[in-house]
Ligand binder design. Sequence first.
Ligand SMILES: CC(C)(COP(=O)(O)OP(=O)(O)OC[C@H]1O[C@@H](n2cnc3c(N)ncnc32)[C@H](O)[C@@H]1OP(=O)(O)O)[C@@H](O)C(=O)NCCC(=O)NCCS
Length: 184
Amino acid sequence: MSDYKPVASSQVTLTELMIPSYSNFGGKIHGGIILGLMDKVAYVCAAKHADGYCITASIDVVDFLAPVEVGEIVSLMASVNYVGNSSMIIGIRVISENLKTHVIKHTNTSYFTMVAIGEDNKPKQVPALLLKNREDIRRFFQAKNRKELKNTYKKDEAMLKQTAYEHHSFMDALSRERCKVELD
Ligand SMILES: CC(C)(COP(=O)(O)OP(=O)(O)OC[C@H]1O[C@@H](n2cnc3c(N)ncnc32)[C@H](O)[C@@H]1OP(=O)(O)O)[C@@H](O)C(=O)NCCC(=O)NCCS
């Protein structure tokens, strides 16, 4: 295994036609279909960088920016943005193209953390990343900063869980929300 691998060596694009069976009751493409394709492209990209089996550890923010219609062509572009020891942050940009009008929509951007798994079923080290242009460097630092922000958020979340939600200290705040308290 080489020590460094360039971002380009594992970059991948997955393109798929949106068929009627992918649609929801509203006639638009089901969000779960897009999520499944994102997981697939993240896997391929990570497995190419790691040269082996990987697992999805987390997904950071999936905002659906625009609906996808039946008949459109969806392309998912994935690249390794950042590597830790065994983990890789894969940035995915999703676009959808109407083949008649050639209008292209940006529908999602998301970041999947994938972890390489060795023969012993434990996380294994992946090659370091060879950054070859300013875009590679920008993505690397943005991903690193995002990861640090997430760690801060995790600490806040742990604090939230420790908060004792005694109803009498929250009555004032609850009175300004769209809810009603009816204790049994
Ligand atoms: C992901 C998993 C392999 C990590 O195992 P672990 O015993 O916690 O291993 P470690 O603590 O050594 O962490 C390994 C790496 O994963 C990263 N990691 C673990 N959980 C993470 C999370 N929730 N988000 C982001 N990164 C995470 C760690 O930061 C570490 O990164 P590094 O090696 O680059 O420093 C384990 O939690 C797992 O198997 N989860 C279930 C995954 C799964 O089933 N995915 C399919 C979902 S449908």
